[in-house]
Design a protein. Structure first.
Length: 95
C-alpha cells in the first residue's frame, strides 16, 4: 500500500506518480473545466488567441495557454509547446 501524495489516503491503487484514483479523477475534472473556460473566453474575445502572443518563458511564438492551478480557470500564461512541457503539471484542489 502507498499513500497518495495529494490526499494522503493509503491505497493499493496509487499510480507511479503517487496519485490515488479519486485524486486523479478530480484532477481530470478540474482540468477539463479549466480548459473549457479558457476556450469559452477565447470564443467570446475576452482573451486573445495564444498564437498571437509571445511565450512568457522564452519569447518565441506562444502556442497554448498554461494553467498553474486548475482552480483558477482563467489565470493562464501564453507559452510555446516546449516551455509548456518544461513547466510540468498544474496543481489542483484535492479537497
Amino acid at each position: 500500500m502507498k499513500a497518495c501524495r495529494f490526499c494522503g489516503t493509503e491505497s493499493d491503487y496509487v499510480s507511479q506518480r503517487g496519485v490515488c484514483c479519486s485524486c486523479r479523477n478530480r484532477r481530470r475534472e478540474q482540468a477539463t473545466a479549466a480548459h473549457i473556460a479558457v476556450r469559452a473566453a477565447r470564443l467570446r474575445g475576452d482573451i486573445p488567441n495564444p498564437r498571437t502572443l509571445q511565450c512568457v518563458d522564452c519569447g518565441r511564438q506562444a502556442k497554448c495557454y498554461d494553467h498553474r492551478d486548475y482552480s483558477r480557470t482563467l489565470d493562464v500564461s501564453a507559452v510555446c509547446w516546449s516551455c509548456n512541457g518544461k513547466r510540468g503539471f498544474a496543481s489542483f484542489s484535492s479537497g
